[in-house]
Design a binder for this molecule. Structure first.
Ligand code: GDG
Length: 734
C-alpha cells in the first residue's frame, strides 16, 4: 500500500531517557497538529531527528529510541553533535535563518557548515530512499532540508514530492548574495509542488529561479525540460477548535481550578481594576522584534503618560537556539531593556512590564490569551506568526484587539487587525492608544470576521489543501507523459524509417540540434552535430532539411560545405544540395527604414537586448534581458509596432525570447509543405522546440511524425526533453 512520508528536521516527539527507559511525548506544536490528518493510520511515516545526539545514546538506548519512535510511526535520522553544530546551529540558523529574514548583517557563510548541511541532507535522503516504495508521496518541511527534494529525485525520478517553506523567501536582491544560491534553488526544485505561506514569498522565489537559473516561468509553474514544478501559496492555519474550546473551558473554571498564573493575574486585576494587559509572546529571536517592541512601549508611555498604571506589557519570551551567539546577545539586550524601562516608570502599585523568560504549558498560554485586552505582535520579519491567530481564536467573548506587524505572513490574511510597521514607534504608540480605547462593539465586529476565517481555514484544511494540490501534480504529469517519446514509440518510428522508400526529415536548429547560447553566433554546430547529420544525409533516399529562422548568411557560413538542404529565415530562402540559394517567396525589405529605428530605441532602453538584421526580417532578441523587463518591453514593442506594420504587408512572429518582424505569409509550415511537392514520401519527420515550429507540425500531413523539444504546449505528437535526447534519437536514424 502506498504511504505518505513526512520529513522535517525534528520529529514531532519529545524523547526523555530515564535510566533504561525512554518516554516519548507527542509535540503539541502547530506543525505536529496540522499534520495529524496526514500522519494518521498505518499509511504514513515521519522521518526526522529525534533530538538526541548519537553521543548521548549507547547501543542499548539507540534500540530503545528506534522502538519507541516506531510506535509513533516515526523514523529517526541519527545525528552527531558535530553534525548538529554544522547543519542545525551553523548553516540552518546562522546562514539561512538570518538571510531569509533579511538580517544580512547576521548571515555568515562558512564552507564547512555548508558541507555539513549537504551531507546531513544526504543522510536524510538515504533514509527516505531506504524506506521509499512505489507510489509513495513525500512531504518535506522547511529551510533545514532545502536540498532534500533534488537528492531524492536524483535516485527516484518519478516520485511525488511536496516541499513547504515555513519562513519567508526573501527578495531576489537578498537571496542572490548567498554563494550557494544555485544549489539551494535546484535542491528545492526537486519537488513537484513548492508551497509558501504568502504570495509574496512565492513571487520572490519565482523571481530568483528566473533570474539565477534562467528557467522559464509560466504563471506559477517552473518549466524545466522534463518536468513542471508548481509553486503556490498555502497560508498555514491553526487548530482553531483546540484554542477556542480550551478558552471556553478556561472561562468556566471555578477559582480553585484555575492555574497559579491565572490566580495571580486575577489578584492583580482586582487590585488595579483599570489596568489593561498588553500581551506579547514569541520565541526569543531577533526576527520577532522584541527589543523594538520594548522601546516602542517606552515611547508610548512617554508620549501618553495617562496610561501609566493603566496598561501593562506581559511579555513571554521562550528560550530558543541559545547556542547561537546572536541569541545570547539578544537575551542580554532584552534583560537590560526590561530592567531599564521598569526602573524608569515603576510605581509602588504598578510595574509596566511583566517579563517571563521560559516556556509555559499550554493552559498558561490560554490564561495569557484570554486575560489580555490587547496582543502586541511586532516581528521585523515572520513567515506567518501563529500566535496572532491563536490569540484571536481564544477570544471567546470576541473582545480584544490584535496589533500586528505588516512584516508577518499572517497580516496578509488578518486585515481586520490593526496593522503596523514595526519600525515606526510613532505609529505603534498611537495604535496602542487606539487599541486600548477601542469601543467593544468595534472589537467584536473585527474579531468575528477574523474568527470566521480562522475557523474555516484551519491547520487541517491547510494540510489537506497542500496534499490535494500535490496529488493534482500527478495529473499534469500524466497529461504530458502521454506524449512522451517512449522507447516503444521510438522503435515504431525507427522501424517505419528503415522500411520507408522515400524519407524526408525537417530539423530545426536552435534549441533542437544546438542548445541556446547567450550570444547567437556562439551556437555553432559542433563536430558531434555534423557527425549525426552526415550519417543521416548519407542514408540513401533520405532528404535532410535544416529549417531555421536564422539568417541566410550564418547558415551559409556554417553549412554550405555540406550537402544538406537548408531553409532559412522561416522559409524565405532555400538552398538545395549543391545548388545556389534561391528565394522561395517574393519578399522585400524596403520597410526596414521605418521599423529599425523603433527597434533601436527599444534596444537603447533595454540592457541586454539586441537586433538581428536578416535579409527580409528584423528580429529583436531579449534572451539576455532581465526576464520581467524583457516581457514588459516585448509587449510594449508589439503594441508600438502593430500600427506601423499595418501599412506594410508585415507580421510579428513571437519566438522564444525574440520578436521577429517579417513579411506575412512566410512560415516554416508553408515552406516545409512546398518541399513535399513532386515526390511521394512515405516517411515524414519534423522536430523543433519553438513556437515557430508549430506551423510545421500543423501544416505537414497528419501521417508525419512530429516531435517537440521540451515540455511545452504543442500540437506535435510527441516530445523529447532536450537537445541531448534529440541527438540520441537522430543517431539511431543513421
Ligand atoms: C515558524 C515561523 C511560522 C510559543 N510559546 C509557547 C508556545 N508557543 C507556541 C505558540 C505557537 C508557536 O509556539 C510559535 O509559532 P510562530 O508561528 O509564532 O513562530 P515560529 O516558532 O518562529 O515558527 C513562523 C511557523 O513556523 C509555522 O509555519 O508561522 O513564521 O518562524 O503555536 O503557541 N507553546 C507553549 N508554550 C509556550 O511558552 N506550549
Amino acid at each position: 500500500m502506498s504511504k505518505t512520508i513526512i520529513i522535517s528536521n525534528r520529529l514531532p516527539l519529545q524523547l526523555e531517557i530515564n535510566n533504561d527507559s525512554i518516554t516519548a511525548t507527542p509535540s503539541v506544536g502547530g506543525l505536529a497538529t496540522g499534520m495529524k490528518s496526514v500522519h494518521s493510520g498505518s499509511d504514513s511515516i515521519w522521518v526526522g531527528w529525534s533530538g538526541l545526539t548519537e553521543e548521548s545514546l549507547n547501543t542499548e538506548n539507540q534500540n530503545l529510541v528506534s522502538e519507541s519512535l516506531k510506535k509513533h510511526q516515526c523514523l529517526g535520522v541519527p545525528l552527531s553533535e558535530l553534525e548538529i553544530e554544522g547543519f542545525y546551529y551553523g548553516f540552518s540558523n546562522n546562514t539561512l535563518w538570518p538571510l531569509f529574514h533579511y538580517f544580512m548583517e547576521y548571515t555568515e557563510f562558512d564552507k564547512e557548515n555548508w558541507e555539513t548541511y549537504q551531507s546531513v541532507n544526504q543522510k536524510f535522503a538515504n533514509i527516505v530512499l531506504e524506506n521509499l516504495e512505489e507510489g509513495d508521496t513525500i512531504w518535506i518541511h522547511d529551510y533545514q532540508l532545502l536540498l532534500l527534494p533534488e537528492m531524492i529525485r536524483k535516485q527516484k525520478p518519478n516520485v511525488t514530492i511536496g516541499f513547504f517553506l515555513h519562513i519567508p523567501f526573501p527578495s531576489y536582491e537578498v537571496f542572490r548574495t548567498i554563494p550557494c544560491r544555485q544549489e539551494l534553488l535546484k535542491g528545492m526544485l526537486g519537488a513537484n509542488l513548492i508551497g509558501f505561506h504568502t504570495y509574496d514569498y512565492e513571487r520572490h522565489f519565482l523571481s530568483s529561479v528566473q533570474r539565477i537559473l534562467g528557467y522559464e516561468i509560466n504563471f506559477n509553474n517552473v518549466q524545466l525540460d522534463n518536468r513542471i514544478i508548481k509553486v503556490d501559496s498555502f497560508p498555514m492555519g491553526i487548530d482553531y477548535d483546540k484554542f477556542h474550546n480550551a478558552a471556553k473551558i478556561h472561562d468556566q473554571k471555578e477559582k480553585g481550578d484555575k492555574t497559579e498564573i491565572q490566580q495571580e493575574i486575577d489578584k492583580h486585576l482586582q487590585d488595579s481594576k483599570q489596568t489593561k494587559l498588553i500581551l506579547s509572546i514569541d520565541r526569543l529571536d531577533y526576527t520577532k522584534g522584541i527589543a523594538n517592541r520594548l522601546r516602542a512601549f517606552e515611547y508610548f508611555l512617554d508620549k501618553y503618560p495617562q496610561f501609566k498604571g493603566k496598561a501593562r506589557l506581559v511579555m513571554l519570551a521562550v528560550p530558543s537556539r541559545s547556542d547561537v551567539p546572536q541569541y545570547q546577545i539578544l537575551k542580554n539586550e532584552i534583560d537590560q531593556l526590561v530592567g531599564r524601562i521598569n526602573g524608569k516608570f515603576a510605581e509602588i502599585s504598578w510595574t509596566p512590564i511583566w517579563y517571563f523568560y521560559r516556556s509555559m504549558p499550554f493552559e498558561n498560554l490560554i490564561d495569557l490569551y484570554t486575560s489580555s485586552e490587547v496582543a502586541l505582535l511586532t516581528p521585523i520579519r515572520d513567515g506567518m506568526n501563529l500566535v496572532a491567530k491563536e490569540y484571536i481564536a481564544s477570544r471567546v467573548d470576541m473582545k480584544g484587539v490584535l496589533i500586528l506587524s505588516e512584516m508577518t505572513g499572517a497580516s496578509k490574511e488578518m486585515s481586520e487587525a490593526l496593522i503596523i510597521n514595526p519600525n515606526n514607534f510613532e505609529e505603534i504608540a498611537d495604535t496602542l492608544k487606539f487599541a486600548l480605547e477601542m469601543p467593544e462593539e468595534e472589537q467584536i465586529k473585527r474579531n468575528s470576521a477574523l474568527q470566521k476565517r480562522l475557523k474555516r481555514y484551519d491547520v487541517e484544511k491547510w494540510a489537506n489543501d497542500f496534499m490535494e494540490s500535490l496529488e493534482m501534480t500527478k495529473t499534469t504529469l500524466k497529461k504530458y507523459s502521454l506524449k512522451k517519446l517512449t522507447s516503444s514509440v521510438k522503435e515504431e518510428i525507427l522501424s517505419r524509417f528503415s522500411k520507408a522508400t522515400n524519407r524526408i526529415l525537417y530539423l530545426d536548429y536552435d534549441g533542437t540540434l544546438a542548445p541556446f547560447e547567450k550570444i547567437p553566433e556562439d551556437a555553432k554546430p559542433t563536430q558531434k552535430i555534423f557527425d549525426i547529420l552526415d550519417k543521416i544525409h548519407a542514408t540513401p533516399n533520405t532528404k535532410l532539411i535544416l529549417i531555421t529562422g536564422r539568417d541566410k548568411a550564418t547558415f551559409d557560413k556554417w553549412f554550405s560545405h555540406k550537402e544538406y538542404t537548408l531553409i532559412t529565415e522561416h522559409g524565405a530562402w532555400l538552398k538545395e544540395s549543391n545548388k545556389e540559394w534561391e528565394l522561395l517567396e517574393r519578399v522585400n525589405n524596403d520597410w526596414f527604414g521605418s521599423i529599425a529605428p523603433v527597434l533601436e530605441s527599444f534596444t537603447d532602453r533595454t540592457p541586454g537586448s539586441l537586433i538581428e538584421e536578416k535579409n527580409y526580417s528584423l528580429a529583436w532578441h531579449f534572451r539576455n534581458v532581465d526576464p520581467d523587463l524583457g516581457k514588459l518591453r516585448a509587449m510594449e514593442l508589439k503594441t508600438t509596432i502593430q500600427h506601423l506594420i499595418a501599412n506594410h504587408n508585415l507580421e510579428i512572429l513571437e519566438g522564444d525570447k525574440v520578436l521577429e518582424i517579417k513579411v506575412s505569409g512566410i512560415d516554416k509550415g508553408k515552406s516545409a509543405c512546398k518541399m513535399l511537392t513532386g515526390k511521394e514520401y512515405d516517411f515524414i519527420f519534423a522536430i523543433g522546440d519553438d513556437w515557430t515550429d508549430e506551423f510545421m507540425f500543423k501544416e505537414l500531413p497528419s501521417s508525419s511524425y512530429t516531435v517537440k523539444v521540451g515540455l511545452k504546449k504543442t500540437i506535435a505528437k510527441y516530445y523529447v526533453e532536450d537537445t541531448h535526447q534529440v541527438h540520441q534519437l537522430l543517431k539511431e536514424f543513421s
